[in-house]
Structure formats: C-alpha cells, structure tokens
Design a protein around this ligand. Sequence first.
Ligand SMILES: Nc1ncnc2c1ncn2[C@@H]1O[C@H](COP(=O)(O)OP(=O)(O)OP(=O)(O)O)[C@@H](O)[C@H]1O
Ligand SMILES: [Mg+2]
Length: 274
Amino acid sequence: MAVIALVSGKSSGVTCSALALALASPRPSLLVEADPAGGTVRAGYLAGEGSAAFGMHRLAAADRQSTLAREFAQHFVSLDRDHTGNRMLLPGLTDPSQAPSLARTWDQIATLLGVMDQSGYDVIIDAGRIIAESETRLSTTAYPTPMLRRADAVLLVVRTTQASITSAAPAVRILREELSHNGTGADALGLLLIEEGSFSSSNVQQELQTPVIGMLAWDPDTADVFTHGNYKRTPKALLRSARTALEGPINELVTRRRVQLRLAGVPAVAGRAS
Ligand SMILES: Nc1ncnc2c1ncn2[C@@H]1O[C@H](COP(=O)(O)OP(=O)(O)OP(=O)(O)O)[C@@H](O)[C@H]1O
Ligand SMILES: [Mg+2]
C-alpha cells in the first residue's frame, strides 16, 4: 500500500511503466492518469473500452459542486480484462485544454488517493512530463504538483541512454527542490530505469546523483500491448521486472520513509529528571 508517482523530464516510458506497476502489484491497485497532456490508457491498452463519461475531466466540475468525494470512485474503470475489480484506472484528461480547470482540484484528489492507499490500494500516478514554473519549482496551475508533494515515492523514469540521462538532469534538480521545500523531503525522489541502453544502474545513479529505485526491462512487445492494446501478445519481461521492483526497492523506500515521517511527527519526549 503506497502512493507512487511516475514522472519524466522528456517522454521516456512513464505510461507503460505506470501500467506495468499497476498490473504487477500483488495488492489491489489504482492507476491514476494525471498527465496534464491527457490520458491514453483507455484508447490504447483498453482499446476504447469504457465510457468517456467517466474520468479525470469530470472531477473539476464535481469539485465545484462539492460532490467530488461522493463521485470519485464512480470514475474508476476496470483495468482487468476479467473485470474482477482488483485493478482500477482513473482515466486521464481527454484534452490538454482541460488541465487548467483542475488547478484547484489536484489537492483534493491527492487527499482522496490517500484514502485509497489507507483502504489497501497501491496507487500509481502517471504524472507525465514535469512542467516547471521556475528553476526550483513545479507549476501549481498547469501540473498536478500536489500529488507529487504527498506521494510516498516520486520516481523519475529514465532510460539507460545518454539522451535520456541528459534530459533527466534538469528534472532531477527541480524535483529535488520542490520535494524538499514543499513536499515530504527530497528523499522521496528516486530513479526508475528502463534498460534500453548500455549505461549501468551505478553509472546513471552517479551521473544524476539520485538513487536507482527500480529497473524495468526493455520489452518492446509488452510495451506494444500496453500502448495499443494488442491482446494477442502476452506481457512478459516488463511485468516481471515491475513486480520485482515493486516488491523490492520501491516497497523498501516507501516503508522506510513512512517510518521516518511518523517518527518525526512524534512530539519530543522530555528528558526525565534523575
Ligand atoms: N519498457 C519498455 N520497453 C520497450 N519500449 C517501451 C518501454 N516503455 C515504453 N516503451 C515505448 O516507448 C514509447 C513511449 O512510451 P510511453 O507512452 O509509456 O512514454 P511516456 O513517457 O508516457 O510518453 P508521453 O510523455 O508522450 O506520455 C512507446 O512507443 C512505448 O511502446
Ligand atoms: Mg504517457
């Protein structure tokens, strides 16, 4: 049970990685498409299944009418082909022009995601490419920044190629500043690597001065299923590696941070007089 946000500096595989984590989770999971550029899972992986009447684009209106909490779960659609209800999707915006209308709602949605987490769900947020308003701050009008501030882990998706590492560097700097000043601490930030190129995990960790919190396989066949809903192929390596990352280093990071934050919240114990 955790809230994990995935982001990129430049498109690198956030949506496929978020889908892999949501499908690989050993617990019930909720994939939240919060990318302000719009959601693609319903049209892609779900091959158009489910009504477009539900999703993130309806939540700003619900918030204005004070019905957000009541309506929230009605906007989930099943990610399971057998509709068991264990893996859910909150579909993303259908048009990027809808994003500014959510500026005041992201925070409320982040609170509701905390409730899902407390109810036993792994919440995986696809927050797409970051949008900054300065060298040290993320945009609070154009980007779901409140979700990142409250997440247990913010994972920057980077491919093990020079191009991807280079475009990740400014994102690392901004995310670190944002999380340390306005979030729960810069230690929420980690790297989720996609093993496309020849750079090792320790190379990338050293170049970006940020810990690697998981490695996902380079698996074009599964990525194709996730992107286009080609159900004839069976997802393999990517899902296996997502499960390993989730049950190992991601889980460890989340547990460690939760313990630290809870301990930090305990009022100081006065020393006993001898
Ligand atoms: N693990 C992977 N192995 C092979 N190909 C991948 C993998 N992950 C993603 N891809 C491919 O990379 C491309 C981009 O992936 P994806 O849509 O997940 O990126 P994104 O960061 O969400 O992009 P955007 O910012 O445009 O939303 C797709 O063609 C996808 O099939
Ligand atoms: Mg995407």
